[in-house]
Design a protein around this ligand. Structure first.
Ligand SMILES: [Zn+2]
Length: 436
């Protein structure tokens, strides 16, 4: 469906909106295939194969950017990790500039993550989490919202423009990355690979707003060694590691409360911006035995401008507070380990041309500009921002993210893609695609 595009011709809103709308079915098909690939940590490849095919289906050449554990460990902005990453890859596609593209346009990275979090509690889902179910405008499945719909939208937008005969006037790279939910090392590896642009849009499920600020995140694991004994003689002989973990958690909650007392802007808009989440606990091995071990794995946020090292010091001080209050705990001091997220928060100025241009594109479809917001979560945006590349989040409407019965509005997928189509024209410029 190539049309006769001539250089210098301004592509109309209507032409872009129609071209993207025509890809609605293709985006939905892609989204189904992505959601039915259960790409939890360590199993991302099934989804990357689908994305590789999708990029090829847009007429783009694809490339694998393999994770390099050693390079990542040495990189600024990396998080500690103990698992193997050597068989993992990001899939990227470069959308080449078209005829008469000499100068003028601004380059762009469109980024999405293929990894999803586990289903939380599969038995609570109405339908199996990795089998797609449609109900009206909603598509259900783990990762449907966070953020396979975003991957489908950004790819659909580019496909529509390519098929209509357009190419960007500056380089555009599409990235499907791994490990966003634990370290962000997929995106970091793309940057180590040399990815650079004048701006980056991450199509996370941030509907009707553009996210310009985010907290940092620290994962920490507290190992407590108890003294096992028969439960009948627990008070005299044993030291229960699970009881001790409860004391440590109470101290961490006091630390969390202090961090939320006086939040700096823009996080003063939130009632409780810094969240401590005890996410996993394991310990003990028998109901009638005093628990000999307990490991508590948690996540806590940190404000932009705060170093992750400071966040570590805060956690360790809270643990020390618990130890100081308990002579028994002092005899068995907990050990704090770091594995996974250890990352800073980040902020992009609302006045950045990237924000203004994306906001304008949204406004032309929806009749009003989107909100510009902060989030109390982290995203891969921080890696780009650290490298001086303004990066924001904007994408389809998802619900139940990291929860039960996650779903995404299919209409919002198309509308997000339409906004992205307009945005690519306004940010990069559109010129005729090269004739093969
Ligand atoms: Zn996400």
């Amino acid at each position: 469906m190539r049309t006769g595009v001539t250089p210098g011709e301004l592509v109309s809103d209507e032409a872009i909106l129609a071209a993207v709308a025509a890809e609605a079915g293709w985006m939905e098909e892609l989204l189904i295939r992505l959601v039915e690939a259960p790409t939890v940590l360590g199993a991302e490849e099934a989804g990357q194969t689908v994305m590789e095919e999708a990029f090829l289906g847009c007429g783009l050449e694809t490339r694998s950017v393999r994770l390099d554990g050693r390079a990542l460990r040495d990189a600024e902005g990396a998080s500690p990790f103990t698992w193997d990453v050597e068989d993992k890859r990001n899939v990227v596609a470069d959308w080449p500039t078209g005829d008469g593209a000499a100068g003028g346009g601004r380059s762009l990275i469109l980024n999405g993550h293929i990894d999803v979090v586990p289903p939380a509690a599969e038995e609570l889902w109405t339908h199996p989490p990795f089998r797609v179910v449609r109900d009206g405008d909603w598509m259900y499945g783990r990762g449907a919202g966070d953020m396979k719909a975003g991957l489908a939208a950004m790819t659909g937008a580019v496909r529509a423009l390519v098929r209509a005969g357009y190419a960007p006037a500056a380089d555009v790279q599409l990235q499907s990355v791994v490990e966003e939910e634990c370290t962000g090392h997929g995106a970091l590896q793309c940057l180590l690979d040399g990815a650079r642009a004048d701006g980056c849009v991450i199509t996370e499920p941030h509907p009707d707003h553009i996210t310009v600020a985010q907290v940092g995140v620290l994962w920490f694991h507290i190992d407590i060694a108890g003294v096992p004994a028969h439960a009948a003689r627990a008070s005299r002989l044993g030291f229960n590691a699970i009881d001790a973990a409860v004391e440590v958690l109470a101290a961490l909650r006091r630390h969390e409360a202090r961090l939320n007392e006086d939040p700096p802007p823009p996080f003063d808009a939130f009632e409780h911006p810094i969240n401590l989440n005890p996410g996993m606990i394991s310990g003990g091995d028998w109901p009638s035995t005093v628990a000999a071990t307990c490991t508590l794995s948690s996540r806590i946020g940190l404000y932009p401008g705060q170093d992750p090292e400071e966040a570590c010091a805060g956690v360790e001080a809270a643990v020390a507070e618990a130890v100081a209050a308990s002579p028994r705990l002092a005899e068995h001091p907990p050990r704090v380990r770091y594995d996974g997220f250890s990352c800073e928060g980040s902020v992009v100025d609302k006045g950045e041309p990237l924000v203004q241009t994306l906001s304008g594109a949204y406004g032309r479809l929806h009749g009003e500009r989107p909100a510009v917001e902060a989030t109390t979560a982290t995203t891969d945006a921080r890696h780009f921002i650290r490298m001086g590349i303004p990066a924001v989040c904007f994408g389809p409407r998802g619900e139940g993210i990291h929860g039960i019965d996650e779903r995404v509005s299919l209409r919002s997928v198309v509308e997000s893609a339409q906004v992205l189509g307009l945005f690519v024209r306004d940010w990069c410029g559109l010129v005729p695609g090269r004739k093969e």
